[in-house]
Write a protein that binds this ligand. Structure first.
Ligand code: XMP
Length: 539
């Protein structure tokens, strides 16, 4: 396994994901995590991440000396390279203009990091805003000269290393940067100024593979099948013969937990699925068909639509609606669990990004804390132990695990759905007649996205119900009916997003179908707001 020390870069999670994709387990620790823990963790190599600070400033973060005392291979990326250079006796200077974007790196293939790589095609690719999936850039690879290779890499830095520490040699440069990569092969220390973890650095994953597999000698055993086997054993050891309760939402994380626990402990698992009446079209039945019928999971379904609609009657304010929906969930979940006897554990679909975000660095500078908006929290007084088998996994690992466990791909690769569901997609007061129109409009949109192979190219897509009336013509008559807005976005992290450039013909089809098939809708509009400033959801 590999240890990643985080200096607060936006990209640190990406480093970890790339390494795991290679098949090697890794963890992210804040740079000021107690260094005494490193020996117990026993990594085979250490990566120092990038970070927003400047090595040239007093009191900026440094790698603990245990890193260099350990005798382990070390790879410094961006800030990580700079602090390594500085700590080992080199020099870092600020005051240069910030370099951001593509650069052509000439690297030495005698360095173990670059050994065997081939030249990237000439001509730097460029992306326009929101164009990431609109077209691939081609090009022909050029044979590498024996000792050098030309690579497209992604840069984002202000400071630079200007003098190498003793023992290091320069192994990569760009037009504007002499020391873009450095290495001390005898101590197995490497530094790169660019970011191998982002996909813009085309052979970045290959470079990371050379570090973790060739240099650190990690084995690539972190595969979905192994992860499952390991998790199954751990859950069995943790809960023994006790019963475990799980709130099933129909989302990816709770479904994967359910499938995993079913495999680990079978009927000791009891799932409670609250059908809020605010789910997608037909979703309640689908959850039951997939989880209960096909997978044999023990699921108690609670049809609570009427309770939700009653609780939401007359409520306009989005935050008030969120609170009511969350609170009611906890209430119903408690009622159901009170009927069960002997339950000792509560299973949850917490995943690694949640864990990293709530841990963060003690300096508090490292992470932008994303607000968690899951449905409710569960009450303390339930006094159940927690089972969190996905705590160490990234979303893409959870998905691969889900497929391996036999969940339908379609479910596992589904767009995210907010906890409060359609409650925040019907603007203002929620009424059951609105819910039905919205569910059907949304279903048409999603069905067409799937039919035209656009579903996987958007990160999230859905319909929104606007309770405003607009005039239309139906046959010979005048219609005065509701409006549906379509929203589709592309995003990596859901913190920022572009509206998806869906083809006009496609939008036309969806609009026509919604207006023709749904009595009560006379107009369809498409949302072309980016985030920021608009959020993805309308409420
Ligand atoms: P916004 O609207 O904040 O959404 O741009 C970002 C992502 O979060 C989802 N979202 C929620 N998820 N409870 C949730 O579990 C909520 O209250 C909630 N609000 C927004 C949204 O669907 C998008 O994926």
């Amino acid at each position: 396994k590999i240890l990643i020390l985080d200096f607060g870069a936006q990209y640190t999670q990406l480093i970890a994901r790339r390494i795991r994709e290679i098949g090697v387990y890794c963890e992210i620790w804040a740079w000021d995590h107690n260094p005494a823990d490193i020996a117990a963790f026993a990594p085979k190599g250490i990566i120092l991440s990038g970070g927003p600070e400047s090595v040239t400033e007093a009191n900026s973060p440094r790698a603990p000396k245990e890193v260099f005392d350990s005798g382990l291979p070390v790879l410094g990326i961006c800030y990580g390279m700079q602090t390594m250079a500085e700590q080992l006796g080199g020099r870092v200077e600020g005051g240069h203009h910030r370099e951001f974007g593509y650069a052509r790196l000439t690297a030495q293939t005698h360095c173990s990091l670059f050994k065997g790589l081939v030249n990237d095609a000439e001509g730097s690719p460029t992306f326009g805003e929101g164009e990431s999936w609109m077209g691939d850039q081609g090009g022909t690879p050029v044979a590498a000269t024996p000792d050098r290779v030309a690579l497209d890499v992604w840069m984002s830095h202000g400071d630079r290393v200007t003098r190498l520490p003793a023992g290091f040699s320069a192994v990569g440069s760009t037009d504007s940067l002499d020391l873009a990569a450095m290495a001390d092969e005898s101590r197995r220390y490497y530094g790169v100024q660019f970011h191998p973890e982002v996909t813009h650095t085309k052979q970045g994953a290959e470079l990371l593979r050379r570090f973790v597999v060739d240099i650190c000698a990690c084995q690539t055993l972190w595969t979905p099948a192994n992860i499952i086997e390991d998790a199954v054993e751990r859950v069995r050891a943790q809960v023994g013969t006790d019963k475990v309760l799980l709130g099933l939402s129909g989302g990816v994380d709770s479904s994967v937990v359910a499938a995993l626990l079913e495999k680990a402990i079978g009927d000791q698992l009891i799932c409670v699925f609250v059908d809020t009446g605010l789910l997608r079209w037909n979703e309640g039945d689908q959850v039951m068909a997939t989880m209960a019928q096909n997978m044999g999971v023990n699921v108690i379904r609670v049809n609570a639509a009427d309770r939700y609609y009653a609780a939401l009657a007359g409520v306009q304010d989005p935050e008030a609606k969120r609170k009511i929906i969350g609170k009611l969930f906890v209430e119903i979940f408690e009622e159901e669990s009170a009927k069960l006897t002997d339950v000792k554990w509560l299973a949850q679909g917490t995943i690694y990004p949640d864990v990293i975000e709530s841990a963060g660095s003690k300096t508090g500078k490292a992470h932008v804390i994303k607000s968690h908006h899951n449905v409710g929290g569960l009450p303390e007084h339930m006094k159940l132990g927690l089972v969190e088998p996905l705590r160490e996994l990234f979303k893409d690992e959870v998905r691969r695990m889900g497929v391996e466990l036999g969940l339908p791909r379609e479910m596992v690769y589904r767009h995210p759905f907010p906890g409060p569901g359609l409650g925040v997609r019907i603007l203002g007061e929620v009424k059951s007649e609105y819910v039905e129109l919205l569910q059907r409009a949304d279903h048409i949109f999603i069905e067409e996205l799937r039919a035209q192979n656009l579903y996987d190219k958007t990160s999230q897509a859905f319909a929104v119900f606007l309770p405003v009336k607009s005039v239309g013509v139906v046959g010979d008559g005048r219609a005065y009916e509701w409006v549906i807005a379509l929203r589709a976005v592309e995003t990596i992290d859901f913190m920022t997003a572009h509206w998806a450039r869906l083809p006009y013909e496609f939008l036309e089809t969806v609009s026509r179908r919604i207006i023709n098939e749904l009595r009560g809708i006379s107009r369809v509009v498409y949302d072309i707001s980016g985030k920021p400033p608009a959020t993805i959801e309308w409420e």
